[in-house]
Design a binder for this molecule. Structure first.
Ligand SMILES: CC(C)(COP(=O)(O)OP(=O)(O)OC[C@H]1O[C@@H](n2cnc3c(N)ncnc32)[C@H](O)[C@@H]1OP(=O)(O)O)[C@@H](O)C(=O)NCCC(=O)NCCS
Length: 191
C-alpha cells in the first residue's frame, strides 16, 4: 500500500509501525455511536494489523486502512478503511471516522475520494460500497458528495454496541466513478 495525498491530507497506510496511532484514534470519544469498533488491547490490535495484507492490487482481499494526517504541525485526524471480502474480490466496503475537532472541514469527503480512486485504480474494483445507520446524517452527506447512490435498506445489517440494527447500503460503480472523473478532468482542462 502507498501513502495517498489529497489537497490537505496525507493518508498513511496502517502497518505495525503506526498501529498504535490508529488504536489511539479508535479509542477517541464519540466514534462508537454509529459504528461497531471492537474494544481490544493495543498489543492485540498490533497483532491483528500485522496479519493484514500488505498490497492493494487486483484480486487482493482483506482490510486496507490509512490514518489521516492534516494541519501544521500535522496531527492524526482520523482513519479510513477499505475491506475486500475474498468471496467478492471485485467489491470493497469503506468505513471512516474523524476525531471531533476535525469535523465540519471537508476532510472526510476528501479522504474518501482519495480512497475510492485508489480502490478503482490500484485495486481494480468494480464497485465500492458503504453502509450507514439511517440517522447518520453527516456520513450520508459525505457519501452524497463523493458520488455514492443509496441502494437499499439491509434489515439487521450490522451490530452496533451489541445490538442488531438496520443499515442503508450505498454504492458507487466503476462506470459512474469513471464518468465523473472524466467530466472533472475535462472541466479543469477547459477552465
Ligand atoms: C461521518 C463523519 C466522518 C463526517 O465528518 P464531516 O466532518 O461531517 O465530513 P467532512 O469532513 O466531509 O466535512 C463536511 C462538512 O464540512 C463542511 N466544510 C467546511 N469546509 C469545507 C471544505 N473546505 N470542503 C468541504 N467541506 C467543507 C461542509 O459544509 C460539510 O458540512 P455539512 O455536512 O454540514 O454540509 C464524522 O461525523 C464522524 O467521524 N462521525 C463519527 C464516526 C462515524 O459515524 N463514521 C461513519 C460511520 S458510517
Amino acid at each position: 500500500m502507498r501513502t495517498l495525498h489529497s489537497a490537505r491530507i496525507a493518508l498513511v497506510p496502517v502497518d505495525v509501525r503506526n498501529a498504535r496511532e490508529l488504536w489511539e484514534v479508535l479509542n477517541a470519544p464519540d466514534l462508537r455511536k454509529f459504528q461497531d469498533i471492537p474494544r481490544v488491547r493495543a498489543e492485540e490490535f498490533e497483532r491483528q494489523v500485522r496479519a493484514r495484507p500488505k498490497e492493494l492490487r487486483a484480486n487482493s482481499s482483506g482490510r486496507f486502512e490509512w490514518v489521516l494526517r492534516a494541519g501544521t504541525p500535522q496531527t492524526t485526524i482520523g482513519w479510513i478503511s477499505l475491506r475486500v471480502n475474498d468471496r467478492s474480490p471485485r467489491v470493497g466496503e469503506v468505513g471512516y471516522s474523524l476525531v471531533l475537532d476535525a469535523r465540519g472541514k471537508g476532510y472526510a469527503s476528501e479522504a474518501l475520494q482519495a480512497v475510492i480512486d485508489e480502490a478503482f485504480i490500484e485495486g481494480e474494483l468494480d464497485e465500492v460500497q458503504a453502509c450507514i445507520v439511517p440517522e447518520n446524517a453527516a456520513s450520508r452527506r459525505v457519501l452524497d458528495r463523493t458520488g455514492f447512490r443509496e441502494e437499499r435498506l439491509l434489515r439487521s445489517g450490522a451490530v452496533i454496541r451489541g445490538r442488531h440494527v438496520d443499515v442503508l447500503l450505498f454504492s458507487v460503480a466503476r462506470a459512474i466513478w469513471d464518468r465523473a472523473r472524466r467530466e472533472s478532468m475535462a472541466r479543469s482542462s477547459s477552465g
